[in-house]
Each structure stands twice: as structure tokens, then as C-alpha cells.
Design a protein around this ligand. Structure first.
Ligand code: PXP
Length: 238
């Protein structure tokens, strides 16, 4: 049964729209735990457009489930991760102009920089996950670089419909098998919603799904705890 990691970035997006102190992602994380979240995920972006350093530091003290920090392979943010010590770090590509993370990390580019970031995190005992597109080349490289886990990018699956979506699901299912065969932990996320999550949750040995935007969107209507509980129910019954 997959675990549910709740990404709280967009609670901070609403706060940053006014640069005030509400809504507080720390409060949202506590409600997510009450709703059944197995993990809390946050992305400390270089431009600090949503999550702030203060959020990360407080969440490290308050979150009782697993804390997963998404970050780029940039020195300054790697240094912060090594000081704060989240349970897991997920390396993602980051471009200033993007609306959200577009595509997985490309391990064929800047490989020494990625390896060095991974080593620094692993030396601190942090589990390292890589956010990758579902291709054999990337998965093999992840293994060679010593990744503990791979989070498969489900963004393309989420964008497609019908036959095309089925093709994407097959691609993700095959990539998932490769990850398991190479002894790495299998995660998936991006663009998952209440209506498209179950086929991904049903992939054999899926360890965890990371879901943010859809949960925060529903939370505005029904409350954070219920929005998380609704998603948890779908994920665990797939
Ligand atoms: N996983 C990763 C690596 C991400 O970068 C994001 C977006 O921050 C998510 C999962 C969650 O995506 P969404 O907000 O579309 O659920």
C-alpha cells in the first residue's frame, strides 16, 4: 500500500501572494498529519517563491512523520539541507521562469555536480531520492550514482487523456519495475489528482506518492485534514 506524502508548497504560495503570515504551511502540515499523511514534502526554491527558510526550520522541529525536502543541486540550498537534516532530500531540476518543476532531472548533464550534491547529503545520513522521467537511461544512471530512491515524474501522464494516458502509464509501470530490480525505493508524483491517482497508486511496490496542488486546491473548499484524508483513502484503496 503506497504512503502519501503531502506537498505543502502552495499553502505558502497563498501566503507569499500577500507576503504576510497566513496561511501558515506549518499549520497545514499538522492538519495533513491528522488527515493521515505519511510524509510532508516542501520545496525550498532558489527564488523562495513559496516556502521560506523559516518554514523548513520550524517544520523540522514539528513534523512527526517523514520530512522530505525537494531542492536543486545548488551549493547554498544543499548546505541548508545539510544543516537542517530532513529525513529525505529529493533532487529536482529548477528553472527560475518555470511555473512548476518541468521534467525530471537529467543525469547525463552536470553529472559531477549531481554526484557531489548526493554525496554531501548522504554523508549527513539523509536519504537521497532523484526526480526522474521514466527512462531506462536515467534509472541506470541513478543506480550508478548511488541513489537510494527514484521519484518518477508523472506530469506527462497527468496531462494526457485516453489512449495516450494509458501509454504513459505503461511507461511509468515499466520504469517502476526497473527501479525495483535495481534495489531502489520507488516513488512517484507531479500532477496527480483525485481522479488520476489510482492507476499510479496501483503500480506494484509503489512506496510513496507525493501530491501537492490537487490537495491544497481541495483543502480551500473542504479543509486540509479532509482533503488529505480523501486522498489517502484513494491511494490506499487502489
Ligand atoms: N514531486 C516533485 C518532485 C515535485 O517537484 C512536485 C511539485 O512541487 C510534486 C511532486 C507535487 O506536484 P503537484 O503539486 O502537481 O502534486
Amino acid at each position: 500500500m503506497p504512503k502519501l506524502g503531502v506537498n505543502i508548497d502552495h499553502v505558502a504560495t497563498v501566503r507569499q501572494a500577500r507576503k504576510t503570515n497566513e496561511p501558515d504551511p506549518v499549520w497545514a502540515a499538522a492538519l495533513a498529519e491528522l488527515g493521515g499523511a505519511d510524509g510532508i514534502t516542501l520545496h525550498l526554491r532558489e527564488d523562495r517563491r513559496h516556502i521560506q527558510d523559516r518554514d523548513l526550520r520550524i517544520l523540522k522541529e514539528t513534523v512527526k512523520v517523514s520530512l522530505n525536502l525537494e531542492l536543486a543541486t545548488e551549493d547554498k540550498v544543499i548546505e541548508i539541507a545539510c544543516q537542517v537534516l530532513p529525513d529525505q532530500a529529493t533532487l529536482v531540476p529548477e528553472k527560475r521562469e518555470e511555473v512548476t518543476t518541468e521534467g525530471g532531472l537529467d543525469l547525463t548533464i552536470n553529472t559531477p555536480k549531481i554526484q557531489s550534491a548526493m554525496n554531501r547529503l548522504k554523508d549527513q545520513g539523509i536519504i537521497v531520492s532523484l526526480f526522474l522521467d521514466p527512462t531506462l537511461e536515467q534509472i541506470d544512471l541513478a543506480k550508478q550514482l548511488g541513489a537510494d530512491a527514484v521519484e518518477l515524474h508523472t506530469g506527462q501522464y497527468a496531462l494526457c487523456r485516453g489512449e495516450q494516458q494509458h501509454t504513459e502509464l505503461v511507461k511509468i509501470t515499466e520504469a517502476a519495475k526497473m527501479i525495483r530490480e535495481r534495489g531502489m525505493t520507488l516513488l512517484a508524483g507531479h500532477g496527480l489528482t483525485y481522479s488520476n491517482v489510482q492507476p499510479i497508486a496501483g503500480i506494484p511496490d509503489m512506496n510513496e506518492l507525493n501530491i501537492g496542488h490537487s490537495i491544497v486546491s481541495r483543502a480551500i473548499m473542504v479543509g486540509f485534514e479532509k482533503a488529505v484524508a480523501d486522498m489517502k483513502q484513494l491511494v490506499t484503496s487502489a
